[in-house]
Each structure stands twice: as structure tokens, then as C-alpha cells.
Design a protein around this ligand. Structure first.
Ligand SMILES: NC(=O)c1ccc[n+]([C@@H]2O[C@H](COP(=O)([O-])OP(=O)(O)OC[C@H]3O[C@@H](n4cnc5c(N)ncnc54)[C@H](O)[C@@H]3O)[C@@H](O)[C@H]2O)c1
Length: 295
């Protein structure tokens, strides 16, 4: 449900130490909201804390792994004890893995499912009961991706987790109809944040020249994460159910609605034109290879 006035409302943001989460916390704080910021990265949270003090809002910080069910359950209880049920929950924490499907280790699949999907599930599952009980207008924001709408070659695990978040969102928005709790799916496309610079989350078959090129593309074409933060706040104030933000998200959303075939062709052509590695050019791999790489 729309929450036009955010002053003195409590907003929980996961993954708030960097990128989109950091900017989203600041965007809410600029409208007078108080922030409960969580992440794994203490240094990033400390930076955010200084900025929030400058904006004169109340805030709490917590180191919490969204993949850890017990830790998320404890976080929901801690928030309830300290500030009551939040008015807004932003499940933003996420991570990536780049590599063709046959070169994406099972360990990477499990990690992405745990963080990108179960992190969102934990947030919704443990915060929603108190939000429902408290009543009034409340809102859940789940950060998916443009990769949750259209297929993304070399991002099979990431794309699958983000499609799953979209499915969860659609279901939740129906189940929560009439409760006063609104649900927004956020689909950013190409946002210039550190997520693209984590070279540990890349299959060894992706050449470093391709990563350099991709990082350059994100730097020159990527939107600033503050744009996503601003759109998330607007969506909560207006009660919007989807946010398409960044250079690729809106066109791809509409192309897919028009024709799945066209979307597929454009995706393949775009990857080839940009010289991104294509799975059929890769050497064979055996199951043993992948398991060793994952160890
Ligand atoms: N940057 C993009 O182009 C883009 C596009 C679409 C969607 N997204 C999504 O936006 C969200 C934020 O990404 P970003 O681009 O700001 O990246 P980022 O790397 O700048 O920020 C992600 C934050 O999440 C935290 N995090 C990671 N795993 C965590 C865990 N298990 N528990 C708690 N915190 C954890 C990190 O420490 C980091 O502070 C992610 O869900 C991402 O998938 C990003």
C-alpha cells in the first residue's frame, strides 16, 4: 500500500553497505525515515552511519547474513524489540556469478540460491507476521533484476534466482491483497556498483579481457545506484508494484511482452556484437572439472 509520508517511519534495508542498498537507505532518510541497515560489511555500514547522522535521522546497524535463517529470524525479533514492526522492508542484499551454465559450479548455484532467493524469503517470512499484526500501510520491496525478466547468457544461476524472486513477489502481492501491505518488485538493469567488480564470482573460462570490457561498459553506460534508490522510495510512496530502472530494464520488459522470440534474438545478437564469450566456443568440460573448481 502507498505510504506517501515517510517521516519517522522505520525502514529495514538489507545489503545497505554498498551500491543500491546504500543509496536506498539514504533516499529514505532524505524523506525523514529512520533506517535499520544490515549487511555483512561493517566498514560500509559505518560509512552509511556517518551519512545518516548528517541527515539527522535515527538509525541502527546490524551485521546479518541474509542467507542465515536463524540470523534473519533473530534480526526480525531485534527490530521488533528496538523499534517495532517496520513500515518498509527492503530485501536488497544480493550477489552474482558469471559463467556459462556448464561452467557454473554447484557451489555457486547453492550460494546464489541461499543469498538471492532465500535471503528474500527469510526477510519476508520473518518480518511479515509483525508487519501484518501492527496494521496500517506497510510495504515490502524485493530487489530482483532485469535478469529476473529476461534471460541473461553467462548468468544462469543469477537469472534463475531473480526469476524466482519475481515469482515470489507476484504470489505475495496476491496473498497480501487487502492486508494494507504493498509489494514492489525492483528490476534494475546495468547499475554501476561493485557487484560487477567481484572477480572471485567469475568462472575461469571467462577471459579477463571480457571482464575488463564489461566493467568499462558498466562504468560508461551504467546508471548511478542513487537513481534506483530514488525510484524505490517513489514506488513505496505511490504504491507501485514494479520498478523498471536503468538503461535496459524497461525496453527488455516490453520486448518480452511483445515477443519472446524477438527478445531471444536481440539478446543473442547483442552478446555477439559486444564480443561476449558464447558457450559454444568453449572447450568441453567434465563433471570432475567443475567439482574441482568449486572445491
Ligand atoms: N548493479 C546492477 O547492475 C544490478 C542490476 C540488477 C539487480 N541488482 C541487484 O541489486 C542488489 C544490490 O546489488 P548492488 O549492485 O548494489 O551490489 P553491491 O555489491 O554494491 O551491494 C550488495 C550488498 O549486499 C551485501 N551482501 C551480499 N551478500 C550478502 C549476504 N549474504 N548477507 C547480507 N548482505 C550481503 C554486500 O556486502 C553488499 O554490501 C542485488 O540484489 C543485485 O542482485 C543489481
Amino acid at each position: 500500500m502507498a505510504i506517501p509520508n515517510l517521516r519517522d517511519k522505520w525502514v529495514v534495508v538489507t545489503g545497505a553497505a554498498s551500491g543500491i542498498g546504500y543509496e536506498t537507505a539514504l533516499a529514505f532518510a532524505r524523506r525523514g525515515a529512520n533506517i535499520y541497515a544490515t549487511d555483512l560489511n561493517q566498514a560500509g555500514l559505518d560509512d552509511l552511519s556517518k551519512a545518516l547522522i548528517g541527515l539527522g535521522v535515527r538509525h541502527h546497524l546490524a551485521i546479518v547474513d541474509v542467507a542465515n535463517e536463524a540470523a534473519m529470524r533473530a534480526l526480525a525479533q531485534e527490530v521488533q524489540d528496538k523499534v517495532g514492526a517496520p513500515h518498509v522492508l527492503v530485501n536488497n542484499a544480493g550477489t552474482g556469478y558469471m559463467g556459462p551454465f556448464l561452467h557454473t559450479p554447484m557451489q555457486a548455484w547453492r550460494h546464489l540460491l541461499d543469498v538471492n532467493l532465500m535471503g528474500v524469503v527469510h526477510g519476508c517470512y520473518y518480518f511479515l507476521p509483525a508487519m501484518k499484526k501492527a496494521g496500517g500501510a506497510r510495504h515490502v520491496v524485493n530487489v530482483a533484476s532485469a535478469a529476473g525478466i529476461t534471460p541473461s547468457p553467462n548468468l544462469s544461476a543469477y537469472s534463475a534466482t531473480k526469476h524466482a524472486v519475481m515469482g515470489l513477489n507476484d504470489t505475495l502481492s496476491i496473498e497480501l491483497d487487502g492486508t494494507g501491505i504493498g509489494v514492489t518488485a525492483v528490476c534494475p538493469g546495468v547499475i554501476n556498483t561493485p557487484i560487477i567488480r567481484n572477480r572471485k564470482a567469475v568462472s575461469p573460462v571467462i577471459p579477463s579481457e571480457q571482464l575488463d570490457k564489461l566493467e568499462g561498459y558498466y562504468r560508461s553506460e551504467g546508471a548511478h545506484p542513487a537513481i534506483v534508490g530514488t525510484r524505490i522510495v517513489q514506488a513505496v510512496q505511490r504504491g507501485e508494484d514494479i520498478v523498471l530502472v536503468g538503461p535496459t530494464a524497461r525496453p527488455m520488459f516490453h520486448i518480452k511482452r511483445l515477443s519472446r522470440r524477438l527478445m531471444r534474438l536481440l539478446t543473442i545478437e547483442g552478446c555477439k556484437r559486444n564480443g561476449f564469450i558464447w558457450p559454444y566456443t568453449l572447450p568441453e568440460r567434465t563433471v570432475v572439472d567443475t567439482d574441482q573448481r568449486a572445491a
